[in-house]
Design a protein around this ligand. Structure first.
Ligand code: CTP
Ligand code: MG
Length: 400
């Protein structure tokens, strides 16, 4: 007989899948204190980060692909402009991150342009060319056949170019920003909670969460770059946005925070597992601190998490489950992609991370890969790796 918990209503397989979160809900979670030396963790994280630097070879190849595509698009879509954005431009990317490209072009409807691009890329021999036409921002995804680097192309996604500039400015504020953001992204990626298509947060949303933490630690490591007297309003794709970005962000900070990266990571998991911020708040980078759900008018809509989970009709989770406001598009809640199981996983993973740290855990234990198939860990760091097992004559033919 299936055992249904009287307190939560969760069945036994659900209790088994999210054991720590279930214990938290029933009041049975045993909490130790983290007594870890932050120095060891810092060392491990810095070593991990040093492995995330892209090699000159990959960088050159990335630039070559972008230049090649620029020429291709210029011929086909006269007057168009191709711009790189996302983490490869902000500097907040993992080594195996994708290249995000935006084609600004006014002549035809975006979906029509993307269909043409997809056809062209297939003709060019690119791999896994996929058109995702129904997303909020339609894109063509493909993999560069030589380097295996994943590439996304979107049309007139101009706001993303601005938010990339904002993220780059944050990255430039302090040397700890990059290792901190990469650590959170890497943890989320390897623990299976960084995939908007599967109902967890996007990589971009995790970046917001990480940066907000650095804005609200004491004393803050990051200022609010969108703070300033002279507001800059611009029209982007028919809507006016406030795109103010402060020129001297570091002047906004008064005191110096001396924590090392290991300590910041410990504090991050300590905070999220003890005081779940989303019960009352919205992550809001442009405010420089979390703001209340009430003030934002983003109350959690029904069905709420556990109700949606135990409902036999598999209801879709209500809006604003873990709200994260986009820094420029204030109406956009980055948590709208979340699904019930995804939020359960996110809660469980925060509690797991805390326990790993309590047990004196290492960085590799903290970021142990849960679903290897979701982690792209093997792009071509060596461009000729795939040619090594090929007989010599075939190799000569291939290179020609
Ligand atoms: N973006 C956005 N709104 C979203 C998701 C993404 O504006 N809801 C923009 C951001 O500029 C983001 C970029 O699209 O940086 C690329 O998204 P993605 O590749 O998912 O994130 P990255 O920040 O590039 O991270 P990764 O290193 O994982 O590629
Ligand atoms: Mg990207």
């Amino acid at each position: 007989m299936e055992h249904i918990c009287k307190i939560t209503g969760m069945n036994s397989s659900q209790q088994k899948k999210w054991p720590l979160f279930h214990s938290l809900l029933t009041g049975n979670l045993v909490r130790n204190e983290i007594e870890l030396s932050s120095d060891k963790l810092s060392e491990e994280i810095m070593q991990f980060c040093s492995l995330q630097e892209t090699t000159d070879e990959i960088q050159e190849r990335k630039e070559a692909i972008i230049n090649h595509l620029k020429k291709r698009f210029n011929r086909k879509f006269s007057g168009s402009k191709l711009t790189a954005f996302g983490s490869s431009e902000s500097g907040l990317g993992l080594k195996n991150g994708d290249i995000d490209l935006c084609l600004e072009f006014k002549g035809e409807k975006p979906k029509k342009v993307l269909t043409k691009i997809a056809r062209m890329l297939r003709e060019d021999g690119m791999e896994d060319v996929t058109l995702i036409a129904h997303a909020k921002v339609p894109i063509v995804k493909f993999i560069d056949s030589r380097t295996k680097i994943p590439i996304d192309i979107s049309i007139n996604n101009s706001l993303a170019i601005y938010n990339t500039s904002l993220l780059k400015l944050y990255n430039d504020c302090d040397v700890r920003v990059r290792p901190f953001v990469l650590s959170i992204k890497n943890w989320a990626l390897h623990r299976g909670i960084c995939n908007a298509a599967y109902g967890t947060f996007s990589s971009y949303a995790w970046t917001m969460i990480a940066l907000q933490f650095l804005q609200s630690c004491n004393p803050p490591i990051l200022p609010n770059i969108q703070h300033g007297e002279n507001r800059i309003l611009k029209e982007v794709e028919g809507t006016t946005y406030d795109l103010t970005m402060n020129d001297n962000p570091n002047e906004l900070l008064k005191l110096e925070n001396k924590s090392n990266i290991g300590q910041l990571i410990i504090d991050f998991f300590d905070q999220f597992s003890k005081e779940w911020p989303w019960d009352e708040n919205v992550i809001s980078l442009r405010s420089g601190k979390m703001i209340s759900r009430k003030e934002k008018n983003w109350e959690e809509k029904k069905p709420k998490l556990i109700d949606a989970l135990i409902d036999e009709n598999k209801l879709r989770l209500g809006k604003h489950s873990l709200p994260v406001e986009d820094p420029f598009d204030h109406l956009h809640d980055l948590s709208r992609v979340l699904r019930t199981e995804g939020v359960m996983d996110i809660r469980e993973e925060f509690l797991r991370a805390y326990n790993v740290l309590c047990d004196g855990g290492s960085w590799s234990e903290l970021t142990k890969t849960k679903f290897p198939e979701l982690v792209n860990d093997s792009p071509q760091t060596d461009l000729f790796e795939d040619l090594r097992d090929i007989p010599k004559q075939d190799l000569i033919d291939k290179l020609e």
